[in-house]
Design a protein around this ligand. Structure first.
Ligand SMILES: *[C@@H]1O[C@H](CO)[C@@H](O)[C@H](O)[C@H]1NC(C)=O
Ligand SMILES: *[C@@H]1O[C@H](CO)[C@@H](O)[C@H](O)[C@H]1NC(C)=O
Ligand SMILES: *[C@@H]1O[C@H](CO)[C@@H](O)[C@H](O)[C@H]1NC(C)=O
Ligand SMILES: *[C@@H]1O[C@H](CO)[C@@H](O)[C@H](O)[C@H]1NC(C)=O
Length: 440
């Protein structure tokens, strides 16, 4: 069974995953319900309101509780009013599309030129810490390619880190400056081969320390990925965004220009990533079971690839699979029946929420341990492809804020990932990663 599963994963690897950047966190409303009327009102007002503000940011709410709709939109700091309005309007339409959050009372849409979030929950009180903390992260990463040139990973990483750190610092420096219309926004480029462009932005309503914390978290999580020289990375939460690309992707002149850093000495920067002035360091303690499990799963995938390859050339005996033992030792493969029992057959009342990648259920194992089980959406193909992406990201992102992957289960069309359960947490504590393959 496992062999078949992994084989399918391997066959699917070269394919691009359909681009998706939405996450749903509400419940279903009926068409023509009062909530839809409230949503239509905010959808009519927000594009115009956001685009008329110099900051490109606006909030709106309409209707009466419990069918009230709250919404916010933030346009990328460099886009003009017409692009901003068009983006926000398109985001509302996209939210209702079948692939995103149809008839859902809560959604966050990440578009190229704007972010839109709406909900029945009042989330617009930005000074309350629980309303802005980085939660459901969206990473989009283009794979490394020859476009990036032959620059060494460590040097490229140093150059990208320098400009990302600089735009974060610059966006923050503008914070106390009430005369700056584009509060918390900076763009910059570094004279590297290839030239690297970067952008950082926070909601203008945030305090400087909230913005610093938000961008700092994205920076810490982005830095370890730089040494693989991806062509671009976008790291986004609803409240702030950080991105870079080896092609220009914002309008107008860069606000900052840095010279290329000197070639790195013996220790590559990827080993000791800078934390962009946040003071946050990746703790070794944080690199725990989840990482071991992720790395192990990747290793298992590789072993399967090797075994498959060997099989093709020489006919080996059916038994003697080394990985089953390896996996059993440190990374759990869960029984479907055990997970069904833990989650009471994936009952609606155990549902923690739904993200772009799947539905998350709470469960209690026979030994009393609390877990969160993510059931990946889609059939065998997409589920397995997502599994690979998610495992790879968990392996790359070593950060203490991320929930730890404890194991997985594959059964027929279902792919289930098992995480530790965080008490008092919300769906937002679970990482939903999107790996994009758009050419940009
Ligand atoms: C938002 O839009 C509505 C309707 O277009 C308008 O009445 C309102 O004044 C706007 N608010 C702001 C802050 O621009
Ligand atoms: C706004 O920006 C877009 C994209 O750069 C451009 O096509 C459009 O002409 C601009 N509109 C105005 C009114 O400047
Ligand atoms: C969602 O809304 C559309 C029309 O707006 C309707 O056709 C569809 O049945 C609705 N789905 C659910 C689950 O209510
Ligand atoms: C505030 O803005 C002014 C004018 O743009 C600029 O000269 C000054 O350096 C800014 N202050 C900070 C702290 O960024």
């Amino acid at each position: 069974m496992l062999l078949a599963v992994i084989a399918v994963v391997l066959l699917l690897l070269p394919q691009a995953m359909p681009f998706e950047a939405s996450s749903c966190d509400g419940s279903t409303y009926a068409p023509n319900s009062p909530f839809q009327a409230s949503l239509n009102l905010v959808a009519a007002a927000l594009p115009g309101n956001a685009s008329s503000m110099p900051s490109g940011f606006a909030t709106a709410d309409a209707g009466t509780s419990p069918t009230r709709a709250y919404a916010m939109a933030l346009c990328r700091g460099d886009v003009n009013a017409s692009t901003c309005a068009a983006c926000v309007a398109a985001a509302f339409r996209a939210a209702g599309a079948q692939d995103n959050c149809p008839n859902n009372t809560g959604a966050t849409m990440y578009e190229d030129a704007c972010v839109l979030r709406f909900s029945t929950v009042q989330f617009l009180d930005f000074l309350r810490a629980d309303q802005w903390q980085p939660g459901e992260l969206t990473f989009q990463i283009a794979p490394a390619s020859s476009n990036v040139g032959s620059a060494q990973g460590a040097w490229f990483s140093a150059a990208a880190t320098s400009i990302l750190t600089a735009v974060v610092d610059h966006a923050l420096a503008a914070a106390g400056n009430s005369t700056t219309a584009k509060k918390y926004f900076a763009t910059g480029e570094v004279d590297f081969q290839p030239r690297i462009y970067a952008l950082a932005q926070c909601l203008p309503e945030m305090t400087p320390s909230q913005c610093q914390s938000c961008l700092g978290t994205l920076l810490v999580q982005t830095t370890p990925m730089l040494s693989t020289k991806p062509r671009w990375i976008m790291a986004l939460v609803a409240w702030c965004n950080l991105r870079y690309s080896v092609r220009p992707f914002y309008e107008g002149w860069s606000m900052l220009r840095l010279p290329a850093p000197p070639p790195p000495a013996v220790v590559p920067p990827s080993v000791t990533p800078k934390s962009g002035g946040t003071g946050k360091k990746m703790s070794v303690a944080g690199i725990s079971v989840g990482i071991v499990c992720s790395v192990l799963l990747l290793f298992v995938l590789s072993v399967f690839a090797f075994v498959r390859f060997k099989r093709r050339t020489t006919k080996h005996s059916e038994d003697d699979h080394p990985f089953k033992k390896i996996v059993g030792a440190q990374c759990m493969i869960f029984d479907l029946s055990a997970l069904q029992e833990a989650t009471e057959s994936f009952s609606e009342k155990n549902k923690l929420g739904e993200g772009g990648f799947g539905i998350v259920y709470k469960g209690i194992l026979a030994d009393g341990q609390e877990i969160a089980v993510k059931k990946l959406l889609g059939g065998t193909g997409s589920g397995l492809h997502q599994l690979h992406n998610e495992v790879q990201l968990l392996a790359e992102l070593q950060h203490k804020n991320l929930v730890r992957l404890q194991g997985f289960c594959s059964h027929r069309d279902d792919t289930l990932l098992v995480y530790e359960y965080i008490k008092n947490g919300s769906l937002d504590n679970f990482l939903f990663a999107f790996v994009g393959n758009r050419n940009q």
